[in-house]
Design a protein around this ligand. Structure first.
Ligand code: AHZ
Length: 307
């Protein structure tokens, strides 16, 4: 990036003052508006188009063979991806059907902004550098967006590749030598196709990402949640998906962390999606278990990769 492009406000002001003084041939103490002289460097439309599309398709090329694909970029999935990003030379892709990653973590409960986190999960907030108010057994982050934006920035900054506006529609499943099935990747489509295309258009075939391990973190059942475990049930690979039990804040968080596991070979399930299979209670608007479940999923995935 050129020096001009990175000028701060003070520099802009100083430069504008100088230009105003010389351009008009008389002494001018200061330009009234430093942005009068602001000019962007030239660009051609095709450069913009190529800058985006080449990178996107290069990424698809590289991540067609991933080490780990994380499905769903909510609090659990983002934490898992961030933890995995600490390991060197690991190709980690995240698939998120929404345009914005973050899932339900942008807000606390009932669209209120504060996020409650029970101890000891505050250690994770310390690690990602998010400030909070200490209330004894729990902490309160003044705005949940602080956690979500920090997590996204850390994971992507460490090299996790996010494919957003993309939905996982199915799983790749192969038979191992032992005869047991193993999840070996995900079947994807543009989210607009998944959400609106299949009903109104003729067949719109998907794309596929192979992966050594898949982490499912698509949240609890809803219009699109719990999608990986529901697919496992339809394939007969898990007996039952009873759905999360009614809210019990004290029991739920420990249960979600305890039951976070590799449900079928190659598929680790975490966050609220695991409660759909185990029938663990929901916890409502307390997020500590999402972070610790995401960390545990990363630990299991790394172990399965021999890392
Ligand atoms: O868009 C979804 C969200 O961002 C995404 N997702 C769902 N299905 C998908 C699919 N392909 C790609 N088929 C998909 N992406 O998955 C993300 C899930 O995030 P979330 O915040 O819903 O789940 P989480 O388990 O990370 O966090 C749950 C937070 C909750 S719910 C709850 C309660 O209801 O009591 N309490 C807490 C703390």
């Amino acid at each position: 990036m050129s020096k001009k492009a990175t000028m701060g406000l003070q520099q802009q002001r100083h430069r504008a003052g100088r230009i105003a003084a010389t351009n008009h041939g008389k002494e001018v103490a200061d330009a009234s508006d430093p942005f009068d002289t602001h000019r962007f460097l030239p660009i051609k439309e095709h450069q913009v188009s190529r800058a985006m599309s080449r990178r996107y398709f290069d990424d698809l090329d590289v991540y067609a063979e991933s080490d780990v694909v994380v499905v769903g970029a909510g609090s659990a999935g983002l934490t898992c991806a961030y933890e995995l990003s600490k390991l060197p030379n690991l190709k980690v892709a995240m698939i998120e059907q929404n345009v914005a990653p973050g899932g339900g973590a942008w807000l606390g409960g009932q669209l209120m902004s504060a996020m409650v986190v029970r101890k000891p999960a505050h250690h994770f907030l310390n690690e990602i550098g998010v400030q909070y108010e200490d209330e004894g057994d729990y902490v309160v982050v003044p705005h949940a967006a602080m956690v979500t934006s920090a997590l996204i920035s850390k994971a992507l900054g460490n090299g996790v590749k996010l494919f957003n506006a993309t939905a996982v529609e199915d799983l790749v499943i192969r038979e191992q030598e032992s005869g047991k099935p193993r999840v070996a990747g995900v079947v994807t489509n543009w989210a607009t196709v998944t959400l609106y295309g299949h009903e109104t258009q003729s067949c719109m075939d998907p794309n596929v990402l192979e992966s050594k391990v898949v982490v499912a973190s698509t949240g609890h059942d809803g219009p699109l949640g719990a999608s990986c475990v529901k697919r496992l049930r339809n394939l007969g690979l898990v007996e039952n998906v009873p759905g999360m039990a009614a809210l019990d804040m004290n029991a739920a968080e420990d249960a979600v962390v305890r039951t976070t596991s590799e449900v079928v070979d190659g598929l680790v399930v975490c966050g609220m999606e695991i409660a759909e299979v185990t029938g663990a209670p929901r916890m409502g608007p307390t997020f500590g278990a999402m972070f610790v479940s995401g960390q545990k999923a990363a630990y299991i995935a790394a172990k399965s990769l021999g890392r």
